[in-house]
Design a protein around this ligand. Structure first.
Ligand code: ATP
Length: 346
């Protein structure tokens, strides 16, 4: 195990911003810390970097880093706004860590990194004349140049607009893989976490609530709060038999679900319009999204008659406000929750 964090806490007065966190990141692994605003993600990252006084342990390959200052931890840092040196050109920024460590072949390494982040030939450009996306690429190249043993990224893409963020998340995932980087990435964006990470650690109120591969966390959130954070807008009781879950809004194949009583977390995409089969309802609201239409539907029959549920329709579907629809369940929008506990009204 490369990074091992145990019993790590950070207090601001009486607030435990990070509370007794245990976390491990394996060699070459990318772990995303995902959680709502204010849950302590940045504070945890900063404590790992050595930027925040903390109790507990941060170890690298078994060696305790207590007392090792930030610049001697051999960690690379990338923040939301790049924090480039405005008076240096692109090469000057990328080579900064190499110069500090008196590493040789700085021009070759700089060119290599610029190539990796898609900015080949940008050496002499002024960083103040680059776009936000280009600046973040330079920040990434600068952090990777000295071959840090761990890369810490704090919301590296959140200052960028949506389309650029999606493209850069894919590029960043590729760069981290190609460089074999061990990384801890803080984000509040689910798509970003799932694009970048081998494993996702979900955080709430200073604590880690669940750690696992993205698909596992997505399919089996550990509790209802986590399911809601991951986009489930309704929780329903269900019974699973032979890999098929039956609930008041229909049935759906869930081969990975154990038999017996469970709860299902439904994301808006869990219910889709269907020409004539499925649970009946009436459209009360219709909003166009990029590649689908979001609906609010009042169910017309069954145990949940009168209840409003979220659903999706194709952009060309005639599911106008006031019109009747049928909804069927789609496995991809369904999360499996343990049976215990009461479900909250959505
Ligand atoms: N220097 C500080 N002094 C006092 N309280 C702080 C300080 N820094 C953070 N906090 C508090 O600690 C908690 C965790 O903050 P943190 O920035 O780590 O959350 P976060 O999950 O990264 O949030 P966001 O996604 O909004 O950046 C918050 O309640 C915040 O107000």
């Amino acid at each position: 195990m490369a990074l091992a964090v145990s019993g790590l806490s950070v207090h601001y007065g009486s607030l435990a911003a990070v509370a007794e966190v245990d976390l491990a990141v394996a060699d070459g692994e990318v772990l995303a810390l995902l959680g709502p605003s204010g849950c302590g993600k940045s504070t945890l990252l900063r404590a790992v970097a050595g930027l925040e006084p903390a109790t507990g342990r941060v170890r690298w390959d078994g060696t305790d880093l207590a007392g090792v200052p930030v610049h001697r931890r051999e960690f690379g840092l990338v923040f939301q706004d790049g924090q480039l040196f405005p008076h240096r050109d692109v090469a000057g920024n990328v080579a900064f860590g190499l110069r500090m460590r008196r590493l040789p072949d700085r021009a070759t390494r700089t060119a290599e990194l610029l190539e990796l982040v898609g900015l080949a030939g940008y050496e002499r450009r002024r960083v103040t004349e680059l776009s936000g996306g280009e600046q973040q690429r330079v920040a990434l190249a600068r952090a990777l140049a000295p071959r840090p043993r761990l890369l810490l990224l704090d919301e590296p893409l959140s200052a960028l607009d949506r389309a650029l963020r999606e493209q850069l998340a894919l590029d960043l995932a590729r760069v981290l893989r190609v460089a074999g980087t061990t990384a801890l990435v803080v984000t509040h964006d689910h798509d970003e976490a799932f694009t970048l990470a081998d494993r996702v650690a979900l955080m709430r109120a200073g604590r880690i609530t669940q750690v696992g591969p993205p698909a596992e966390v997505w399919r089996r959130p550990v509790d209802e709060d986590t399911a809601r954070f991951l986009g489930c807008t309704r929780v329903v009781e269900a019974t699973v038999e032979s890999g098929v879950a039956r609930c008041p809004v229909g049935e759906v194949a869930l081969p990975w679900a154990p038999p017996g009583e469970v709860r299902l977390g439904l994301r808006p995409t869990a219910l889709r319009t269907s020409p004539d089969t499925g649970v009946a309802g009436e459209v009360v609201e219709r909003v166009h999204r990029r590649d689908h239409v979001r609906l609010r539907v009042r169910l017309a029959a069954g145990p949940l008659a009168g209840t409003l549920v979220d659903a999706v329709a194709g952009v060309t579907d005639p599911a106008d406000e006031g019109s009747p629809v049928h909804l069927v369940l789609d496995q991809d929008g369904v999360a499996l929750l343990p049976a215990e506990g009461l479900s909250r009204p959505g």
